[in-house]
Design a binder for this molecule. Structure first.
Ligand SMILES: CC(C)(COP(=O)(O)OP(=O)(O)OC[C@H]1O[C@@H](n2cnc3c(N)ncnc32)[C@H](O)[C@@H]1OP(=O)(O)O)[C@@H](O)C(=O)NCCC(=O)NCCS
Length: 171
């Protein structure tokens, strides 16, 4: 049955099948595969550089921690989505706190439109509150219509700024 045909109570029930929690070492393989699915979805798989080992290091050992939440299906323990984020001190002169930068964010196609994306943001907001951080920023490709709609619906507004990048070395 498609999501649009689910009754309200069935919709709420499906939503409750998931828990959103911090990533564990045992999740790495599944998250790595979903990260590649996201790159394919964004049509940038040819630019994908990360190895699974590097991902392990960045999340669990790096001096600049890369944090990740995952959605776990409570019936079969499979993972259905992830959200990466980092804390950053950028632009402190104009804001009351540091910020959280939402990095890669992905829900598997069969679990979209169940409110899971919204639940990820709610969980993330708890972390912001714990750390007294009052702002989030996210990068979303212009071509990603659904992603842009999702963020607008969830309280984000577009900043009128050009993003420039200077990469100092390549592998
Ligand atoms: C964007 C994404 C994370 C949203 O996750 P989700 O679990 O489907 O989102 P939710 O069910 O919480 O939707 C919340 C709201 O966002 C908007 N939205 C979500 N999907 C939408 C769609 N396909 N079309 C239009 N609006 C949409 C709706 O307003 C929705 O509220 P509603 O269902 O009450 O109308 C998911 O679609 C996804 O993984 N997409 C592919 C990767 C991606 O674009 N990532 C984000 C940018 S990096």
């Amino acid at each position: 049955m498609t999501n649009s045909l689910l009754s309200n109570s069935a919709y709420r029930h499906r939503c409750k099948m998931f828990t959103i929690r911090k990533i564990l070492e045992k999740d790495l393989k599944e998250v790595y595969e979903m990260l590649q699915d996201l790159a394919a979805y964004d049509k940038i798989l040819d630019k994908f550089k990360l190895t699974e080992e590097e991902m392990r290091h960045y999340i669990f050992k790096d001096q600049f921690p890369w944090s990740c939440l995952v959605a776990e299906n409570l019936y079969d323990n499979s993972l259905k989505g992830f959200l990466f984020y980092t804390f950053s001190s950028i632009n402190r002169a104009f804001h009351l706190s540091a910020q959280v930068y939402v990095d890669h964010f992905y829900i598997k196609p069969d679990c979209r439109r169940l409110g899971l994306g919204k639940r990820f943001l709610e969980e993330l907001k708890k972390t912001l509150k714990e750390h007294k951080v009052n702002r989030m920023e996210v990068w979303c490709m212009k071509t990603n219509k659904i992603g842009n709609e999702f963020y607008k619906k969830n309280g984000f507004h577009m900043i009128n700024a050009n993003i420039y990048q200077h990469i100092l070395s390549e592998r």
